[in-house]
Design a protein around this ligand. Structure first.
Ligand code: TPP
Ligand code: SF4
Ligand code: MG
Length: 348
């Protein structure tokens, strides 16, 4: 008796012909249920849906459970794990050396707001083109759950220790310092996080994205303000975020009466449908005021707080050549005899 061979259907592919599997990484070694794993999943989906070649991405991180997570997505991309809190200087160098790569920095709240705060500040004020994600659980997960500098006043550890220091608001800081796209999301808010990540890929400048990402092992209990339950009960989305990439039809489904649309530098559109109020995400003052109000009301505000697609980046500021520095031949990077002579004469 003959049997007809069953054909496996070809996997669905994106606009550059890759299947979502090609955006995956190694098997995670993080705790089951860790918020960081959910963020990795959203990164995989966003880069797949935007049709970014994985080899055109550089993943950079520091130290921590969060900083380990680049191993669990896009294994075909460039990757470098730096020293604790030092990812910003690594990212700055990498962005200068090859402006054609999409720089994706993954940090933790300890890595950024504690040991790395000095580096973070200088990265933000330069508006280096990169996506900087803080996987924010309010604790040092890797070293067994001590409070980090983003933990809220009154938050309680499992051991009963209460945090009485005020938190650093990384979003407020980033806006004030010069980052040109600043947002906050929650690892449990799949739709919002996915849309923000896609807009982040389209942005030219520093994207600072703080994602509340519960640590199920050390900070997911009653009394924690970074637990799944607390976020589910208190998340206050500022608007409903959606994103239409430039390669899709951007004229569809948009009502200026109820939504604000921000056109990104590549022509794609970030659309913010008003939920509670009119909110202009292009006003820095507005953003800082709204964040301060949220703090007073103990609201866990999420959404795109600030975006300026026209802001000058560090690469434009220093007149960086369009061809990546890393690819320039010797004759273009070494000044010749005449150029050296001219420099010497100017210095006399
Ligand atoms: C210079 C240095 N100091 C301290 C440590 C110890 N250490 C490793 S990870 C970490 C904190 C990580 O916290 P966070 O960045 O929030 O990441 P999470 O594990 O919570 O994702 C610390 C203090 C280190 N590795 N290097
Ligand atoms: S210790 Fe916390 S942050 Fe680290 S992997 Fe486990 S749940 Fe995630
Ligand atoms: Mg942490």
């Amino acid at each position: 008796m003959s049997t007809t061979p069953t054909q496996t259907p070809a996997p669905k592919t994106n606009r550059i012909g890759l299947a979502v599997l090609e955006y995956r990484g190694g098997k995670t070694t993080l705790c089951a249920g860790c918020g960081h794993n959910a963020i990795s999943e959203r990164i995989i989906d966003a880069f797949y849906e935007m049709g970014i070649q994985p080899e055109h991405v550089a993943k950079l991180s520091g130290i921590g459970c969060s900083s380990n997570s680049p191993a669990y997505f896009m294994s075909r991309s460039h990757s470098f794990n730096s020293v604790h809190g030092r990812m910003p200087s690594l990212a700055t160098g990498a962005a200068l050396a090859n402006r054609k790569l999409v720089m994706l920095g993954i940090s933790g709240d300890g890595d950024t707001a504690s040991i790395g705060i000095g580096q973070f500040i200088h990265l933000m004020r330069r508006n280096i083109p990169m996506i900087y994600i803080i996987e924010d659980n309010g604790v040092y997960g890797l070293t067994k759950g001590q409070f980090s500098a983003t933990a809220d006043v009154g938050s309680r550890l499992k051991t009963g220790v209460i945090n009485d220091l005020p938190p650093i608001d990384t979003c407020g800081l980033a806006i004030e310092l010069g980052a040109s796209f600043v947002a906050r999301s929650f690892s449990g808010d799949k739709r919002q996080l996915q849309a923000i990540l896609k807009a982040a890929i389209a942005h030219n400048g520093t994207v600072m994205l703080d994602v509340i990402s519960p640590c199920v092992t050390f900070n997911d209990h009653e009394g924690s303000t970074k637990s799944y339950k607390y976020m589910k009960d208190h998340e206050e989305p500022l608007h409903d975020v959606s994103f239409v990439p430039a390669f899709e039809d951007i004229s569809i489904d948009y009502d200026p009466g109820t939504s604000v649309a921000v056109t990104m530098h590549d022509g794609s559109q970030l659309r913010l449908r008003k939920l509670e109020e009119d909110y202009d995400p292009t006003s820095k003052l507005n953003a800082i005021k709204r964040l301060a109000e949220a703090k007073e009301k103990n609201e866990e505000l999420t959404g795109v707080f600030y975006v300026n697609p026209q802001a000058q980046t560090f690469l434009d500021m220093i007149n960086m050549t369009d061809d990546p520095l890393a690819t320039l031949p010797q004759e273009r990077v070494r000044p010749g005899r005449d150029a050296l002579k001219q420099i010497m004469e100017e210095l006399q």
